[in-house]
Design a protein around this ligand. Sequence first.
Ligand code: ATP
Ligand code: MG
Length: 500
Amino acid sequence: MVSMKKAKLVKFDIPPHILLVVEGLESAGFEAYIVGGCVRDLLLGIEPKDWDVTTNAKPEEVQKLFWDSVYENEFGTVGIKIRNQNADRKEITEVVEVTTYRIESKYSDKRHPDEVKFAKTLSEDLSRRDFTVNALVLKVGKNNELEIIDLYYGQKDLENKLIRAVGDADERFNEDALRMMRAIRFSVTLGFAIEEKTFLAIQKNANNLKHISPERIRDELVKIILSPTPAQGIELLQKAGVLKIILPEIESGMDVMQSHHHYYGPYNTVYKHLVASLEKCPSEKLEVRLAALLHDVGKPKSKRGDGENATFYNHEYIGEQIVKNILERLRFSRCVIDRATLLVRNHMFYYNVDEVGEAGVRRVVQKIGLENINDLIDVRIADRLGSGVPKAIPYKLRHFKFMVEKVSHDPISVKQLKLNGNDLMKELGVEPGPKIGAILAILLSQVIDDPMLNDKEKLIKLAKELVKSNVEDLCRMAEDKIKNEQKKEENLIKKKHKVS
Ligand code: ATP
Ligand code: MG
């Protein structure tokens, strides 16, 4: 029985379907309580994302009472489907998770209990929960009166904004190593500190995160990165000894000094610069925040020379490969990987008023994609502010945005040419083959230089000149065009490397 001394009456709006689930279990003679993150959130005045109910009914007994449910996992959680009764197809609007009281059995592998052991009492169940603020319970009484049950002084920790392990922190992290990342995640999402013994236990056990699946680590990392204070999250992971296990590539920038004017600044190591870039990242998108955090991970490997004059040529390409490896290792989706690597590869893009004309801007848009330009600008802003420069968007960057807008309707792909392969074959009497491809590539390059040329008659006229050359010469011309443009940009970026 739970002692009344630790119980207190409170008032909250609980959704009717949650009350029905609790009532359904209680009227069948079982105990049932609202528990976990939702109680914590209610007490903090945050709307709960999901609701959890804990009970002494076994999963089969829960399923018998609620036929429209699924036995969700090996931990004895039954998901009760809540359907929209007003809609024709009565689609599922929510799944309420009902979990049978459990206690921890032995964890030989630091992540899974060797067997799932059901417990008899609520207090046994609360003892296996991760943090005191997550071990709070709401008991629904007569007339839906709500009473808080708080066996581990979770309310006091809520008041003091503290993440504290339930019971012995060392033991709890030895049972399930992911709890260490959860502690840091709750710390940054709630703005709480981690209680000292709990933090010391993380430092002691951080190595055990090696045994945790990449997907579970990724899910916590994503929540940290999308939190209001992601940079603080990375710093905590570092101080706790977790970063070197999950993202050694970032940790390795700790003793790599930057060059030039960053050399004596507050962000004088690659690590400090990356953390500061994440902190200053203006975007809330996951890929952009990842790119801000990772954009210079190629620097340690590309560094040549020492001191202020060290260089980091090609760090964006080396970095792109490292970022791909990191994100694949953590099982991020293809879409996130592609977008984050694109931003890292292109983060050194060059723009300067009067130096890069409209054609140059069209080439940047062609390479990066119009839909990614704003994200790339956000990475640049993060990079700048994370280097300690005072102004996020200098005139140069505002002008670049203006130029992108200006050229945004200009043709940048073969598909946008006012003449296609079939037109060419008809007009020139050429068979399908590499010659047509080469002519189209040259025409596109000319149109990127001068969009006024994108006119069917003008293009045919140009093509009639081109077709006189043999296929080898045309292919070489097309290739040379591309190489020339690449060289031009490389030189500009090299120049930029020298100053940033
Ligand atoms: P969120 O806001 O992310 O939903 P939450 O606290 O509700 O946070 P969940 O993962 O939904 O977290 O888990 C619900 C509850 O189950 C937690 O509040 C905690 O009591 C318990 N719990 C979840 N994961 C663990 C774990 N790895 N070890 C111990 N208890 C856990
Ligand atoms: Mg939850």
